[in-house]
Design a protein around this ligand. Sequence first.
Ligand code: DGP
Length: 129
Amino acid sequence: MASEKEAALAAVPTDSPTIFDKIINKEIPANIVYEDDKVLAFRDIAPQAPTHIVIIPKVKDGLTGLSKAEEKHCEILGYLLYTAKLVAKQEGLDDGFRLVINDGPKGCQSVYHLHIHLLGGRQMNWPPG
Ligand code: DGP
């Protein structure tokens, strides 16, 4: 299986539907930990920490990545962050967690549907490397 970095470098930035649309539409299974009308949170298939959850907007609206954000997206961007806090609490990450948004090839983004990684359950390092 390709490394996360190889997968990211092989990914073509696109506004086409992604695997996350299939998860939103329940066409493929995912371990969903939170869902409402605006967002979906599910466990990452390749976890990088004991808790690794991906949080996405249900409607992409051009947000293939954070670099495509426009002022109209401010509400959903804030809501995604607030959801991350809710899910962190739900997961019992009371002594800390990390949020990551990968953007573009150099940011190691492999799925072009904006998402926040919620990582926790182990000590994080800084700088991330
Ligand atoms: P990024 O590299 O930031 O684009 O992160 C994409 C993440 O999505 C990566 O950590 C693996 C995860 N992922 C990709 N395909 C699937 C899938 O089919 N199911 C689940 N649960 N996660 C997936």
